[in-house]
Design a protein around this ligand. Structure first.
Ligand code: A3P
Length: 308
């Protein structure tokens, strides 16, 4: 199947999810050549659900012993003050396996951290069998849609043509969006997180916005590197939260002027960073329509959203 896309001229159905032709090539390349290690950590998201933030949090948590995070000016040399998190944690399909490349992953320090938008069933087999850890981040679909729409309007205004937000919303609700249907994407990882909680951690953007420190602590536990009493006393998780916050990251020079994902300027990755912004853009009827889709598609799964 093929549909006119709004993020891209056309979307095609590949292995039960929608994506662009160049993504299909990269995903086949990834599925064919990527060999996960037991120590790998894979971040998985749907576009616009907070990938940039999770990459930063995971990188900072994992490397907290390597770089001074504690206050008193020690912050200054941290890579997350000079690099966008997408430079530190590359996408498998957008960067490493894009354009027919077969990367040399031997150059990455262990544990390696990679990111992907690929749905769980389509991940390379070795991710599932190696014992690699997967951290999935989910966001309520109304905010994800609004974030996507603004992102595309900002960066692709010339290719939107006659596409209206109403039409894009309708497609989103039908599941026609990159890596969608979104409910299948979420449920794929949700079910794994229940069946294999030591291997798949399921996070929600809304919980992170509510209070990110306990989420950072949970992430550290999941990675087998929980915070020591000394780190707790020193407030290291709170320092990580500050370093990775929307306010800190948005104001960095690299995020005002840099370009870390091909085709996109870094500033476009930091819009509002809020929960519930959809009410400023969508009608109450559109909210109802999406809620109905969610109720129907997620029925019985136990997966719910706030800010919705
Ligand atoms: P909004 O468009 O709603 O503001 P992704 O990183 O997956 O592309 O998701 C982008 C969304 O995450 C955008 O949402 C962006 O503003 C938000 N975001 C980026 N960095 C963030 C941070 N440090 N904290 C909270 N939200 C962040």
């Amino acid at each position: 199947p093929k549909e006119r896309g709004w993020r891209t001229p056309f979307l095609y159905k590949y292995q039960n999810f929608w994506c662009q032709p160049r993504e299909i090539q990269a995903i086949i390349n990834l599925q064919t050549h990527f060999k996960a290690h037991r120590s790998d950590i894979i971040i998985a998201t749907i576009p616009k659900s907070g990938t940039t933030w999770l990459k930063a949090l995971l990188y900072a948590t994992l490397n907290r012993g390597r770089y001074e995070i504690r206050g008193g000016g020690g912050f200054q040399s941290h890579p997350l003050l000079f690099s966008n998190s997408h430079d530190l944690v590359p996408f498998l399909e957008y960067k490493l396996y894009a354009n027919g490349q077969i990367p040399d992953l031997g150059v990455f320090d262990s544990p390696r951290i990679f990111a992907t938008h690929v749905p769980y069933p389509a991940l390379p087999g070795s991710v599932k069998t190696s014992g690699a850890k997967v951290v999935y981040l989910c966001r309520n679909p109304l905010d994800t849609f609004i974030s996507s729409w603004h992102f595309i309007k900002n960066v692709r205004h010339d290719s939107l043509g006659d596409f209206t937000m109403d039409r894009a919303f309708d497609m989103f609700c039908r599941g026609v969006v990159g890596f969608g249907p979104f409910w299948e994407h979420m449920l794929g990882y949700w079910k794994q997180s229940i069946a294999n909680p030591n291997r798949v951690l399921f996070l929600k953007y809304e919980d992170m916005k509510d209070d990110v420190v306990p989420v950072i602590e949970k992430l550290a536990e999941f990675l087998g590197m929980g915070f020591s009493p000394e780190e707790e006393a020193a407030g290291v998780a709170a320092e990580i939260a500050n370093l990775c916050s929307f306010e800190t990251q948005k104001e960095l020079e690299v995020n005002k002027t840099g370009k870390s994902i091909s085709g996109f300027e870094n500033w476009s990755l930091f819009r509002k960073g809020e929960v519930g912004d959809w009410v400023n853009h969508l009608s109450p009827e559109m909210g109802d329509k999406m809620r109905q889709v969610v109720v129907e598609k997620l029925a019985g799964s136990g997966l719910t959203f706030s800010g919705f």
